[in-house]
Design a protein around this ligand. Sequence first.
Ligand code: GTP
Ligand code: MG
Length: 162
Amino acid sequence: MYQKSLIILKPDAIQRRFVGKIIGRFENAGLKIHAMKFGIMSTKKFRQHYAEHIDKPFYKSLEKYVTSNSVIIFILGGCYAIDKIRLMAGDTMPGKALPGTIRGDFAHQQRTETPGDEMPPPLMNLIHASATIEEAENEINIWFSPNEISDYSMADDAFHGL
Ligand code: GTP
Ligand code: MG
């Protein structure tokens, strides 16, 4: 089943010069780029995107981390793309993410927060990827209008039965 997912390369991915390596992994996995933006995320858009976490203790530090510098926001499409990209990203906590995943290979920060911490330090894990079909649809609508999304053929689509 062809699916589209919303991906964000967070500020640490850009600051640590991992953009090419991460996007290269997605190209190698046969995923297609349908839209892409670069810039600093507004706090308004941040709130829309991370609305589910608004009451979490780490919300403020997450906001500071994600809006601190430029990000790359893009849509990737492919067969079962949503689960595939989550697997490629790895566990939310860099210390738990398996080798071979983006977070497991490049994000080595360990969690340092203590229970009851008012503002736990941000968990810098390089990438966001939609977790479900509903989340992907909602996030794509937050970041892109329909006329910014390109549907097109790749030279090898026929070979792959697409
Ligand atoms: P995203 O793809 O960014 O949505 O990550 P995720 O789906 O793997 O995790 P989740 O949606 O649960 O959390 C969103 C983001 O909040 C994470 O990527 C982390 O940056 C941050 N976060 C999640 N859980 C914690 C936590 O327990 N402590 C801290 N400090 N940050 C957290
Ligand atoms: Mg999430």
